[in-house]
Design a protein around this ligand. Structure first.
Ligand SMILES: Cc1cc2nc3c(=O)[nH]c(=O)nc-3n(C[C@H](O)[C@H](O)[C@H](O)COP(=O)(O)O)c2cc1C
Length: 359
């Protein structure tokens, strides 16, 4: 399927459907010499696995990754790394009732309109399970970034309209109660994930169409159910004044011009670490707004493939909110984008190229 590839240098190509044989990814362009094991990938996949708490779908998915190629003696060889997760828990019958109906809020109608027929089992390629491939590739990107002193970490900061930024424990409990009650009512809720990138040097990102913020927005918006992406203050910046929104620059200490690179600091970070499409050396701050899970068991009006108006109540095991499982997906997409931009930056200056090829 066109549209299943991402990244220029650290390039990924994903495949597989929710209820097909397997999901997987081929990572091409990973430099040789990175130590990598299935455990490194599995650790990150565990964070998106369903059934860990009552707010998550109770589907049991083993999601055990197998690395098929690209590793020798525990290290990447520079050749394509193919990874696969075999599908185990496929209850296609759960979807029988809605096989020919377009679920409101889901991708069914779009797929049908585009291709003329669709894989209705669990949403096929539009299922949340598609994100397994992104997370597996993201785990390699994160490991490589750590080698470069760059960390990427996402967390849920709002759930079902409840902010988790203050008194987190109490707020989490409130949000959990709200989501469980929504689940009882056959409904669902959304939320917000914030991702921080620390340790990225200044100057990463390619003006003008491949600005770092533009690439991050595309990467994160490509995750199912994401409806907004903000960098730094995001939409709030449009309400503030220039004097409030500009982040003042300071020198860490008095230094001459030649040595000031890397020692510039900002008094605030409204920009979210990106200016002119390039990193400014401060923390990159991205927020992703997720809509409520579309598949709900509450009765809804819709239309089927025969053009008949019908009422549906979606059975099957769905997340009352996708946000907690999607958290790690935001982290993965961010890591893939930042690593690709870092690798691309290697050819930005003659002296970088000379350094690599000096005799
Ligand atoms: C990790 C993850 C899990 C998801 N789980 C479900 C689910 O159980 N049921 C569902 O209807 N949608 C789920 N979704 C959302 C759908 O994939 C998404 O809403 C759908 O493809 C329509 O695309 P759109 O919302 O981006 O327009 C999940 C998304 C993610 C990222």
């Amino acid at each position: 399927m066109a549209g299943s590839q991402f990244g220029k240098i650290f390039h990924i190509s994903t495949f597989g459907e929710s209820h097909g044989k397997a999901l997987g990814v081929v990572v091409d362009g990973c430099p040789a010499g990175l130590s990598l094991s299935e455990e490194d990938i599995q650790e990150m996949l565990e964070r998106r696995r369903p059934g860990k708490n009552l707010k998550m779908t109770q589907r049991k998915e083993g999601d055990k990754v197998e690395i098929l190629s690209g590793i020798f003696d525990g290290k990447t060889t520079g050749t394509p790394i193919a990874m696969v997760v075999w599908n185990e828990d496929q209850r296609s019958k759960d979807y029988g009732g809605i096989a020919h109906a377009f679920r409101p809020g889901h991708a069914d109608y779009g797929f049908f309109a585009k291709y003329g027929f669709r894989d209705y089992r669990g949403g096929g390629r539009s299922s949340g399970r598609e994100t397994i491939a992104r997370v597996a590739a993201g785990a390699i990107a994160k490991k490589m970034l750590l080698e470069l002193g760059v960390s990427v970490r996402a967390k849920v900061i709002e759930l079902a309209g409840i902010s988790l930024t203050e008194s987190r424990e109490k707020a989490e409990l409130l949000a959990e109660q709200k989501i469980l009650s929504l689940r009882e009512q056959g409904d669902s809720a959304g939320g917000v994930v914030e991702c921080l990138v620390e340790g990225l040097p200044a100057g990463i990102g390619e003006p003008v169409f491949d600005k770092l913020d533009a690439s991050l927005a595309k990467a994160v918006m490509s995750i199912g159910a994401v409806k907004s992406v903000e960098i730094g203050d995001g939409i709030e910046a449009s309400k503030s004044l220039g004097s409030e929104n500009n982040d003042a620059f300071f020198l860490k200490q008095e230094q001459g011009f030649d040595s000031f690179m890397g020692s510039l600091q900002k008094g605030s970070n409204h920009a979210g670490g990106i200016l002119g499409g390039m990193s400014d050396g401060s923390t990159i701050r991205i927020r992703a707004g997720f809509k409520p899970t579309p598949s709900i068991s509450k009765e809804q009006q819709t239309v089927n493939e025969a053009g008949e108006a019908i009422t549906i109540a979606i059975k099957g095991r769905h997340d009352p909110t996708v946000v907690e499982r999607a958290n790690v997906v935001v982290e993965a997409m961010t890591a893939l984008t930042v690593l690709d931009a870092l690798l691309e930056n290697l050819s930005a200056r003659l002296d970088y190229v000379k350094k690599a090829y000096q005799k």
